[in-house]
Design a protein around this ligand. Structure first.
Ligand SMILES: Nc1nc2c(ncn2[C@@H]2O[C@H](COP(=O)(O)OP(=O)(O)OP(=O)(O)O)[C@@H](O)[C@H]2O)c(=O)[nH]1
Ligand SMILES: [Mg+2]
Ligand SMILES: [Zn+2]
Length: 367
């Protein structure tokens, strides 16, 4: 399984000559996708960075560049992205098959066409970072939770600046209420000890990503998590395929604990779009109650026999949570409305307005 190696091979960076596929995040889920015919000749590699004209892929004893890869012509979602597992062909110089993903962060670009952007695949855990201060905001956390659910990634809420708060546990309790079984950690992001606290999600073969608003301590966390491998965050010199040296930032960073950290601009800019199913998950208890409203299309704004209203009055459902749910559902619907649908709706409205205008005029003539 040898291939042209870069100046500083990835396996060297891994500090071990006996690295296994599992160190790179390989699991039985991926192994089960190999055909018997594949398993002898296939070379599984993980995509650690996507450049315009090539993919940086690594695996045990392999660290190389291959051309961009799309499994199915015309299917954007089948384009290899950061974190993907790709089978190389027998020459180990180009992709041959993209393995099915365990999870996927994607987003629709704003504007006409709303092009699909793939952000990261096969992430296990999403650290949702907020602080024990005025940044703490249940609505924002719920958005990120919906995003994690939609992507099929385990969310963990990381509340930084615990050292500055009078009662950090108060924030942890509030966060814990947002989703049954939600894991919440409060910590000082600058404290090297916290790497141990987050260790279980950063261990060998695990892949983590971070989201959170500006100033909450994402960079601080990354620095603390990667402290003993400062070089990794600075980008490592590599040969490009023409033999020259270039310095490229990797999107997937190796953590000293053995895991992988996603650090791409896309992840930093991710917003809430296309998360319908994720929203239903995060607000499952609200949906369960709404199922008991008398009207299927109840807007829970004072209709008779509204179960949501009743639950709020009975004190079993938080009115703030219902408000946030309604807002997110409306936003989601707006985001997902295609341009064509928006035009159709506007046209429909125009037609209705014209018809009403015409009727009004004919009534006037009749008088
Ligand atoms: N006391 C204390 N300060 C922290 C903690 N976490 C972050 N900070 C400080 O908060 C400031 C902002 O932290 P950053 O790590 O730059 O925040 P960020 O999330 O990367 O922000 P953006 O890059 O703008 O998105 C820095 O001055 C950090 O030193 C913490 O847990 N405790
Ligand atoms: Mg930062
Ligand atoms: Zn209702």
């Amino acid at each position: 399984m040898s291939a042209p190696c870069a100046a500083q091979s990835w396996s060297e960076a891994m500090n071990s000559k006996t690295s296994t596929l599992a160190d790179f995040g390989w699991t039985p889920f991926f192994a089960s996708q190999l055909d018997p015919v594949d398993s002898d000749s296939a070379v599984p590699v993980r995509v650690v960075a996507v450049h315009r004209d090539r993919l940086h892929v690594v695996g045990p004893e392999i660290d190389t560049f291959v051309p961009p890869f799309r499994q199915t012509e015309g299917a954007e979602e089948s384009t290899a992205t950061v974190g993907d597992w790709l089978l190389l062909d027998a020459t180990a110089t180009r992709g041959h098959r993209l393995l099915r993903r365990q999870s996927l962060f994607k987003r629709r670009a704003a504007g006409a066409g709303r092009r699909l952007q793939l952000i990261a695949a096969n992430v296990n855990t999403l650290f949702i970072v907020s602080s024990c201060n005025q940044d703490f905001n249940p609505a924002r956390l719920e958005r990120y939770l919906a995003l994690a659910r939609e992507a099929q990634v385990l969310p963990v809420v990381v509340l930084t600046k615990a050292d500055l708060a009078a009662d950090p546990e108060e924030f942890a309790r509030a966060a814990g209420k947002l989703l049954p079984g939600l894991m919440v950690e409060t910590l000082d992001a600058r404290d090297p000890e916290m790497a141990t606290r987050l260790g279980q999600w950063c261990a060998g073969g695990e892949t983590v990503a971070l989201v959170g608003s500006s100033g909450v301590g994402k960079s601080t966390l990354i620095n603390t998590l990667t402290a003993t491998q400062a070089a990794v965050t600075q980008g490592i010199r590599e040969h490009d395929d023409k033999g020259r040296h270039t310095t490229t930032g990797r999107a997937l960073h190796r953590l000293p604990a053995g895991g992988w950290l996603v650090d791409t601009p896309g992840m930093r800019e991710i917003q809430l779009t296309d998360v319908g199913a994720g929203l239903d998950d995060v607000f499952a208890e609200v949906l369960a109650i709404a199922a008991n409203c008398r009207f299927r299309d109840c807007s829970h704004r004072g209709e008779p026999d509204c179960a949501i209203n009743a639950a709020i009055l009975a004190g079993t459902l938080d009115a703030g949570r219902v408000k946030r749910w309604r807002k997110l559902v409306a936003e989601e619907a707006h985001n997902n409305e295609t341009l064509a649908e928006r035009h159709a709706r506007n046209r429909g409205f125009g037609k209705l307005a014209r018809r009403m205008q015409a009727e009004k005029q004919s009534r006037r003539r009749e008088k």
